[in-house]
Design a protein around this ligand. Sequence first.
Ligand SMILES: Cc1ncc(COP(=O)(O)O)c(C=O)c1O
Length: 270
Amino acid sequence: MVLLASGTPVPVECGPNAKYKLTPEALEAAITPNTKWLLLNSPSNPTGAAYTKDELRGLADVLLRHPQVWVMTDDMYEHLVYDDFEYFTIAQVEPALYDRTLTVNGVSKAYAMTGWRIGYAGGPEKLITAMRKVISQTTSNPCSISQWAAVEALNGTQDFLPERRAAYQKRRDMVVAGLNAAEGLTCPTPEGAFYVYPSCAGVIGKTSPSGKVIETDKDFAAELLEQEKVAIVFGEAFGLSPAFRVSYATSTEALQEALTRIQRFCANLS
Ligand SMILES: Cc1ncc(COP(=O)(O)O)c(C=O)c1O
């Protein structure tokens, strides 16, 4: 997206030691006079990591020192947070950033309306007006039927959200435990979304019964798909290896079966 807009993307590594989160120090070090935007996503796809109020405070303090930097926050998974995690978004934590924040959300995840193709954003009027022009002349506008469905989702009862959250939390806990029980995998427990991002460092260099040596997370994903018909996304696709993403947005039964197969696959590596 940044390249399409003729920008230069500057990925900042947010590894497992930082719980897959951007630290104020890393943000400060990445900012130059040319920096235009910080793209933030909490809870995150692919790691499930979500920023606490204090962590957002730390990032906001850095941004206050760099008035040329705007922030786009992708809050798509705001309703999918677990345990006692309390959700905050950056403009709420630091209202002084309000005039340079674009807050993005959608109905795809919490409302399971992926196919309706509705995302929305709140931000300074000048920016929204420009966005409207670009969208209108490129992809054109979302259909009115989908817009009304999204209005109903957002204005209608939200009663089902706690139930949905509880179901996801149960699946997250099951998936984290099942992956940690697999030889060579280490899976941290994320705060939100419906993904986990385990490290597969412990299987790199091992050999599959087919004779294939697992040299990268891409090899791990390909061999797991080949041998056990379990689909994951390898970490290289997200820029952080050796690891992979598991989505637990599926039934408990399917997840249990997948975990059994992943454990068997790992146990059969030598
Ligand atoms: C963080 C995040 N933002 C936005 C989207 C886009 O969702 P959609 O294209 O369904 O609106 C996704 C989808 O995976 C996502 O994970």
